[in-house]
Design a protein around this ligand. Sequence first.
Ligand code: NDP
Ligand code: 2IT
Length: 447
Amino acid sequence: MITNEALKKIMEDVKKRNPGEPEFHQAVSEVLESLEPVVAKYPEFIEKGVIASVVEPERIIKFRVPWVDDKGVVQVNRGFRIQFNSAIGPYKGGLRFHPSVYEGIIKFLGFEQIFKNSLTGLPIGGGKGGSDFDPKGKSDAEVMRFCQSFMTELAKHIGADTDVPAGDIGVGAREIGYLFGQYKRLRNEYTGVLTGKGLTYGGSLARKEATGYGLCYFTAEMLKDAGDSFEGKTVVVSGSGNVAIYATEKATTLGGKVVAMSDSNGYIYDKNGVDLDAVKAIKEGRRGRIKEYLDVHPEAEYHEGCSGIWTVKCDIALPCATQNEIDEASAKALLANGVKVVAEGANMPSTPEAIRAFQEAGILFGPAKAANAGGVATSALEMSQNSMRYSWTFEEVDAKLHNIMVDIYRNASSAAEEFGMRGNLVAGANIAGFMKVARTMLAYGVC
Ligand code: NDP
Ligand code: 2IT
């Protein structure tokens, strides 16, 4: 709960100004609550309008995306790019294509991106974009025509030193290829305007793996600090997209056994440990459904409904699907089954009530802004390589990613400690991410 009067007023204004956007309210409320001890020590962040400014996007771009489907029928979607904060670098953040996308989703994601990007230690501001377009069930040609139309408008607003989008839900290598190709045609310019690109046109080795690997590096660091490791642990990973697949890969390499994965229809349970090659063949190979896992592993189980995955007994839970996928009841089910660590690969996957339950139980909890920052950090490394017109090896990028995740853990931990909340990485990540942006905004004066 927010108790500081000035912060309360800012929260009220956010709700008034952004009606009907509960995800955005949720994200802002969590950050403002964490900032209570910060404003007590540094009242200038309130007095000089830094916090009132940081909750208001610098720019909201909203546009029509008309495209022609395979039957020759015109379809119309809505596109967004929210350029939230450019204090410490060009706007940076993914594009999400999913039917649930509306302004409130992009706003919450863009807001969180500010602090996440700051935590990476790299010079990137915060932004996010996307569309209510649903790539599921569309042909490659339809996805291409949609992406070309989307970029025809987006190209007016982005640039390698202005705003650099990347992938998120529903936007992977295929979509980034179509988007980059169209940008290049429109601008006659070959620059690092998108990240997550293919390796033959400026992509970075290890970007595909980065969010999932980074999540496990962060989790391993939390465990290490508690005198423990992944070795011999049972792990549950929700989702079966980019983040989930590479979290599963790294958790397994580090000695864990991943026994369950999911998609929006249901989850699989394989007591022998998930066969990741089979999952990759279904998801990366043919864009299939997770239940097809049983075609190759009939001994495994499939259950309809995605939230049931949190009833599977595990030591480590890595939510890697979507926002608010762990509610209070799921959190309590995990705790009742003895979960020791929850680390967030998805953005805001735990509701505030779920986070409270984890914190009250005293388990290790790694919040999204810190735990999943490896993806965007590696995107920033892709930008560096593009600027240098040079490529690092997989091992070089992976080693930098590992160091970044260890630093994020240490910075979040010590910020929590400095402000009297030892072990509270939610507060620590919010504070550490905020401080760099806030000090920079102060340096600029009113802007
Ligand atoms: P993908 O599109 O590759 O995969 C998304 C996965 O989540 C799919 O298995 C999908 O199932 C499932 N999913 C999506 N929406 C829902 C829903 N409403 N309910 C249940 N399951 C759902 O996306 P990513 O792996 O890239 O992203 C996953 C999460 O990680 C998101 O929260 C994203 O914001 C976050 N993230 C991603 C980063 C990246 O680099 N890609 C970086 C940092 C965070 P289905 O196929 O059935 O839709
Ligand atoms: O939520 C995220 O950090 C991402 N989707 C990745 C953003 C990026 O620019 O790589």
